[in-house]
Design a protein around this ligand. Sequence first.
Ligand code: SF4
Ligand code: SF4
Length: 204
Amino acid sequence: MELRGFKNRNATPGYIYFEGEKESQNSWERFKRFSARAVKGELFVGLWIVLREMIKFNIHTVQYPLQKLQMFPRYRAIHKLLRLFESGHERCIGCGLCEKICIANCIKIDTKVDENSRKLVTEYSINFGRCIFCGYCAEVCPELAIVHGGDYEHASEQRAHFGLREDMLTPIDEFKAKKQKEFPGFGALSKDADKFVKKTPLAY
Ligand code: SF4
Ligand code: SF4
């Protein structure tokens, strides 16, 4: 529909129509338009602003990758698998909830029963090529084992880019150096979470 057609609609009274600038038909009109804009000083004002900022060396952009912005705690970046603070053991108990809830179907877990009849997580991988970083896995994990870290650089040459358990688990030397922090971000417990824990009313 042309602009005229729109004008004929029963629009609200007081509606302001903007016709826009008339299209230049030939070179002379284009030259006149250019001259009018230049003489008005718009061009030189723009040039002056650029020159002024260049002289000031006032750099507003982040010089990535030399500089990196701090991610907010609730930012959902690459996953991490945490260890228990008390023992240093992996928190993941292999319950499989994260694997089941994952809507991109990109978490794969393998478990076995060890010699002490305890469940052992033998494989844990996330295909980051498919992960949509929805955060459901971190939210559903009952052990706060899987969380979203702050590492957002996960470009890969392969579409199927797997994060393995060894990549995501806190390295033991980092853990011993007390570098593992309780994750405050997505899926973490709130500070007053204990207040909401209710005792079962049933007598067991
Ligand atoms: S939900 Fe948590 S504890 Fe369960 S398998 Fe996933 S990471 Fe491990
Ligand atoms: S963030 Fe979402 S898509 Fe990615 S692994 Fe977790 S549940 Fe799956």
